[in-house]
Design a protein around this ligand. Structure first.
Ligand code: FES
Length: 428
């Protein structure tokens, strides 16, 4: 009784009241009708979790700005008509997955959030890609008032004081300026406590977007911006004279390489490199960044996006030969089991399994579409395949037990797969 009295005292209850807690709770459980049970989502912790990590958020377009002939800045605000009063918080550099429905088929694509976490809306920058189904649809159909659905924010491409150096060299190529803009705004607004030197690479001066904003930000303590004009040439291929017509005052020239990064890096303090841009820039940096001898954790890449063509990987042909698929690249049949249903789709050898299934009208869970988040984690029942090695974010157990990420996987033969058979989020 002494122990019970002590516990009751701690809870500021009388011992008699304390002893009644369990029997009373039991009685309530026994007497409760189905109608007395609150839905799980109404319990405070669940409601908070849903607010912080929503699967879906309803938004309305409240502003569209044409930044360049093929680039638009689009503001997504909470759609109060759909009971969305506040958007989930995000860390600068994170993405949301945007859903569009084209001819009855749902397609999702990740877009980095470009606004400040303190602005109350998400801004995304959409470049019309030459064969971009979703980017083209957004450019042609979204205007102020359009309603849309986006996922909760996700991704690891954001500053973390426990992992990253306090000074960040941001390397942005083209549209990769999007997450950097969010980081700049976050520093300006006092949300983020790090400094940033942005090396913003474009082909010509005319390709710089948001220049006024960036020039203004460059006056903020802790932020500097350097424009780098490549003209599609590396620094070594440029004439090394200040008088050359290829050189403009106030700009750096050529590709952003290790030498240029070193030039702007702090001399006596550690720094992180955050890179966001097109695939060609990532591949170039894969060769350059090792020259800086940085610790691995100080190099951060944004999502690499979907792999375009498996043939560009030197490992592809070897994988085909190793798996006995050297002949007859062509169109393969993908049989899909989902729940109790079976579907089938055709998949050309150079199209990812995810894209082929989407074109066939199936809804495949996706977020990053870069092999990293694990959201599309899928079990292979039979068949041979090739996963893009620079986007293979599977855990070792996944490779042993034959799980793949269809967003970065190409068939090497007919295949049978099981969607939704594993847990989501298996990636790194
Ligand atoms: S969608 Fe992220 S791993 Fe496939």
């Amino acid at each position: 009784m002494g122990k019970i009295a002590n516990k009751a005292k701690k809870l500021r209850l009388s011992a008699a009241k304390f002893l009644k807690i369990v029997p009373e709770r039991q009685k309530k459980i026994e007497n409760a009708g189905a109608g007395d049970v609150k839905p799980l989502r109404d319990y405070k912790p669940n409601a908070l979790a849903a607010e912080l990590h929503p699967q879906v958020q309803y938004v309305k377009i409240t502003d569209v700005r044409q930044l360049a002939p093929d680039v638009k800045l689009i503001r997504l605000s909470p759609d109060k008509d759909k009971n969305c009063f506040r958007l989930a918080p995000f860390a600068p550099g994170q993405c949301v997955s945007v859903e569009v429905v084209i001819e009855g088929v749902s397609h999702e694509r990740p877009y980095s959030v470009s606004s400040s976490p303190l602005e109350g809306y998400y801004e995304i920058i959409v470049k019309r890609e030459p064969e971009g189904l979703v980017s083209g649809f957004i450019h042609d159909n979204w205007s102020v008032g359009t309603e849309a659905r986006v996922s909760g924010p996700f991704g690891e491409f954001s500053y973390n004081p426990l992992r990253d150096a306090r000074h960040v060299i941001g390397v942005a190529g083209g549209i990769g300026i999007t997450p950097m803009r969010s980081m700049i705004k976050a520093i300006r607004d006092g949300f983020s406590d790090h400094t940033l030197t942005l090396l913003y690479g474009v082909r010509t001066e005319e390709d710089i977007v948001l220049r006024d904003e960036l020039d203004e930000a460059a006056g903020t303590p802790g932020i500097s911006v350097v424009y780098v004009l490549s003209g599609d040439r590396s620094r070594n291929d440029l004439p090394d004279t200040a008088e050359s017509p290829d050189r403009k005052d106030g700009f750096e020239h050529g590709f952003i390489d290790a030498e240029l990064i070193r030039k702007y890096a702090p001399e006596n303090e550690p720094y992180s490199v955050f890179a966001a841009g097109p695939d060609a820039m990532y591949r170039f940096l894969d060769g350059e960044l090792p020259k800086l001898s940085l610790r691995k954790k100080f190099i951060r890449f944004d999502f690499r996006g979907e792999p375009a063509d498996p043939e560009k990987y030197s490992e592809y042909q070897a994988a085909r030969e190793e798996q006995g698929c050297a002949q007859n690249p062509g169109i393969f049949r993908i049989t899909v089991r989902q729940g109790g249903n079976i579907f089938a789709a055709e998949c050309p050898h150079n199209v990812t399994i995810m894209k082929a299934l989407e074109y066939a009208g199936m809804i495949i869970p996706s977020r990053c579409r870069s092999g990293e988040c694990g959201y599309c984690h899928t079990r292979v029942i039979s068949g041979k395949y090739f996963t893009a090695p620079d986007r293979d974010g599977r855990r070792k157990a996944d490779t042993i037990y034959n799980y793949v990420h269809p967003c970065v996987t190409f068939p090497l033969s007919d295949m049978e797969i099981e969607l939704g058979g594993g847990t989501r989020g298996s990636g790194k």
